[in-house]
Design a protein around this ligand. Structure first.
Ligand SMILES: Cc1cc2nc3c(=O)[nH]c(=O)nc-3n(C[C@H](O)[C@H](O)[C@H](O)COP(=O)(O)OP(=O)(O)OC[C@H]3O[C@@H](n4cnc5c(N)ncnc54)[C@H](O)[C@@H]3O)c2cc1C
Ligand code: SF4
Ligand code: SF4
Ligand code: SF4
Length: 387
């Protein structure tokens, strides 16, 4: 007898609630379970699909991604799995006609071959935007809307967010927001490091027990260490519950660097309304309504050195992750990961704070491509040093 994949009840195969997906039939106990599957569960099945279905992989790819950059461990798994590969002069070599079956690539311990390997574990992926009138955010304003929901419902005592300094325009200032006004003021992205952990400690010292924390992947990793490592402060003696809201993050730049590059076109920081990195461009909108576009490469020398070694685009250790890549303009890509992250996000949707739909395959593809770029950037750096 089939099992309903949503509620896990056994159902008769004569049930009228059936969905066909990926050449397989799924059986449900009720229209609710079928509906949930049709809208959401399919995306999980897609995520678990092996990347090999999408691209033909030959020995050339193993050579390009692993052998040439010098990260082959000489474990011999590729040679063991294919008669046309042999290890010679401490390097795997092709000695026969490669059929591009991809088997060697999928055995190699150094390749990343699953979606999970690129963006971590998740429950459901959405494209979402704020349903609150006139709320402006960096993308869909979803982080801000979720924080407002959590505060309105009394689910958090406060939120660690980053706002712009009032004295030095665009300097990031981490704060503990306790009011809707403070949360609204923090909307938008500042592309420089923010010392969010200081604000988290301040929130805990103020006696807050339930805190939403917004930060980049490295910020989220710091909180995770505090929660999970044997010497972690949150693990040892601070019992606050922290909901980790992670931002996708590819780079940050020094404040001085941003000021210098924008200054090259005569722009002043105090005149800037918004900054956005999109498709290799650094876009700037002025308060006057004028728009400017810079090549992202203009900022290369001001890129934080730590970011060159960072491999986590999507804040894999967060409860929920948010990014611009994938979704259309004006929407935020949302990856719900933990059970609480999933529940709280959906409660905010059900309560009318956020509008959400499942992320489409082609949208997820864009997230995966960028995540892959970030995972292999260290290899690329190494290659550049070699030539
Ligand atoms: C440094 C940085 C780099 C990013 N790089 C990418 C990228 O390469 N690709 C991508 O898809 N998305 C990236 N993002 C995420 C993206 O810019 C949006 O933050 C995300 O899509 C959420 O949009 P939203 O409209 O829902 O958020 P909003 O509702 O606008 O809320 C934004 C939240 O971000 C917080 N915040 C702003 N600046 C910082 C900061 N420096 N450090 C910590 N928290 C901050 C604010 O406190 C606010 O709570 C980056 C964000 C940052 C801060
Ligand atoms: S395992 Fe497949 S892809 Fe790899 S070398 Fe052999 S034939 Fe080519
Ligand atoms: S499987 Fe990967 S790491 Fe092992 S020998 Fe082959 S290329 Fe090197
Ligand atoms: S790229 Fe990585 S190290 Fe740099 S700010 Fe973003 S998450 Fe942190």
């Amino acid at each position: 007898m089939p099992v309903d994949p949503i509620c896990k009840k056994i159902v008769p195969d004569s049930t009228e609630y059936v969905s066909d997906y990926g050449g397989k039939s799924y059986y449900f106990c009720s229209p609710e379970c079928k509906n949930k599957f049709d809208t959401l569960e399919k995306s999980v099945i897609r995520l678990k699909r092996n990347l090999s279905e999408k691209e033909k992989i030959s020995f050339g790819k193993l050579r390009k991604d692993i052998i040439k950059p010098g990260i082959c461990t000489l474990c011999g798994a590729c040679a063991a799995s294919c008669e046309y590969i042999t290890i010679e002069d401490e390097e795997p070599k092709l000695v026969g006609p490669c059929k591009a079956c991809g088997v060697c690539y999928y055995q190699c311990p150094r390749t990343i071959t699953t979606e999970e390997g690129l963006i971590g574990n998740l429950r459901y992926a959405y494209a979402a935007r704020s349903a609150l009138p006139e709320l402006k955010g960096q993308d869909g304003g979803v982080v801000t809307s979720l924080l407002l929901y959590l505060l309105d419902e009394g689910l958090i005592d406060g939120a660690v967010v980053t706002r712009k300094s009032r004295e030095e325009p665009w300097k990031p200032v981490p704060i503990v927001a306790k009011t809707a006004e403070e949360i609204l003021e923090s909307g938008g992205s500042i592309y420089s490091h923010s010392m969010t952990l200081e604000a988290l400690m301040s929130a805990i010292k103020q006696g807050m027990h339930s805190i939403a924390f917004v930060g980049t992947s490295c910020n989220i990793d710091a909180v995770t260490k505090m929660q999970k490592s044997s010497h972690g402060l949150l693990h040892l003696f601070m019992r606050a519950k922290v909901l980790k809201l992670g931002l996708f993050c590819m780079d940050t730049f020094s404040q001085e660097g941003i000021k210098t590059v924008l200054g090259s076109k005569g722009l002043k920081m105090e005149d800037i309304e918004a900054m956005k990195i999109r498709k290799g461009k650094f876009e700037v909108g002025l308060k006057s309504g004028e728009e400017y576009s810079f090549e992202l490469s203009d900022f290369d020398e001001y890129r934080s050195s730590s970011c060159k070694f960072c491999t986590d685009l999507t804040s894999e250790n967060s409860d929920i992750s948010f990014g611009g890549v994938g979704s259309p303009q004006g929407w935020t890509t949302v990856l719900t990961r933990s059970a609480s992250g999933y529940e709280l996000f959906n409660e905010a949707v059900d309560s009318g704070y956020i509008e959400a739909r499942p992320l489409e395959d082609r949208e997820m593809e864009r997230v995966l491509n960028l995540a892959k770029m970030k995972k292999v950037q260290m290899y690329a750096l190494h290659m550049r040093k070699k030539v």
